[in-house]
Write a protein that binds this ligand. Structure first.
Ligand SMILES: NC(=O)c1ccc[n+]([C@@H]2O[C@H](COP(=O)([O-])OP(=O)(O)OC[C@H]3O[C@@H](n4cnc5c(N)ncnc54)[C@H](O)[C@@H]3O)[C@@H](O)[C@H]2O)c1
Length: 271
């Protein structure tokens, strides 16, 4: 029997990038995949492809930043399939800008998708999970939560803040939900080449957009490879799961350097 045979896995932000690749991996591992994204057509195409290959896959339109939209997703999924066994929070909104030039509304929107969006989705299914006494919540963070390279700290502040908040939120969720039989994990993907770098916008300079896009294009791993490593390595009993080489070493250095923001953590890692 496949490892996730007939497990219902809800994945947000599954229309493209890492989320789409995670959906394919879970489907191959036997799961019933439920995709939730603001982009209807691409995720519907992925779901159709999976169904053609004999997998069970469904696509639902959902804006995780919108209470009514998440509530409608919850009702539709519960009615059609029942409560998910696994929630894989992955959706992300990225706006450029740092403390010197950030647009407050853009940061607010990032937090609404990347932080509150994760919480909204979880709360939608939590009553059923608690009643059942089982479930697994997986939240997608990033090494940029703790040790962003200077170019990222200066130009993607809202993203870094939101990723740090996700780690803290996952910690709080785990403490509250573990006694109720619900596991929580936080995932740190490797640098991954996805379409997000093609549409960088916000208040940072065009030079940043170009430099960052070429950094991700040159250094990023394919989403399929990163997703395969994530789904293979995930374990409901492990809170922390990183596929970013050298990240644990960077965290140790971060603590030993008293979290000094001026230290070059990237250079210190065992990459
Ligand atoms: N790409 C990387 O190098 C990298 C590294 C570390 C962590 N991550 C994390 O991995 C996750 C996926 O990143 P990616 O590069 O694949 O991103 P991406 O931009 O390619 O895909 C994000 C998806 O989220 C969807 N989305 C955006 N706003 C939404 C909303 N309001 N409601 C529902 N869906 C919404 C988008 O439509 C898109 O399909 C993110 O959480 C990101 O922070 C990525």
């Amino acid at each position: 029997m496949k490892i996730y045979q007939n497990k219902i896995v809800l994945i947000t932000g599954a229309a493209r990038g890492i989320g789409q690749a995670i959906a394919l991996e879970f489907a191959t591992a036997g799961a019933i995949v439920v995709m939730a994204d603001v982009q209807n057509e691409p995720q519907e195409a992925v779901a159709a492809q999976l169904r053609n290959e004999g997998h069970k896959a469904f696509a639902f339109h959902c804006d995780v930043a919108n209470d009514d939209s998440v509530s409608a997703l919850g009702s539709a999924v519960l009615e059609k399939l029942g409560c998910p066994d696994i929630i894989y929070n992955n959706a992300v909104l990225v706006r450029t800008g740092g403390v010197l030039n950030a647009d407050l509304n853009a940061v607010r929107k990032e937090l609404d998708v990347n932080v509150l969006g994760y919480l909204r989705i979880v709360q939608q299914f939590l009553p059923q999970m608690v009643l059942r006494g089982s479930g697994w919540i997986i939240n997608t963070a990033s090494p940029n939560a703790f040790v962003p390279p200077p170019i990222v700290a200066e130009n993607l502040m809202g993203y870094c803040i939101s990723k740090a908040a996700e780690v803290s939120m996952s910690h709080c969720m785990s403490v509250s939900l573990k006694p109720k039989g619900i596991n929580v994990s936080v995932v740190f993907p490797d640098i991954t080449y996805t379409d997000s770098v093609k549409e960088l916008h916000g208040s940072a300079s065009n030079n940043f957009n170009t430099d960052f896009a070429s950094f991700i294009t040159n250094e990023g791993r394919p989403a399929t490879e990163v997703a395969a490593r994530i789904v293979k390595g995930l374990d409901p009993n492990k809170f922390f799961f990183s596929v970013y080489n050298g990240f644990e070493g960077m965290l140790k250095t971060w603590a030993s350097q008293k979290m000094d923001p001026g230290f070059n953590y990237l250079a210190s890692s065992a990459l």
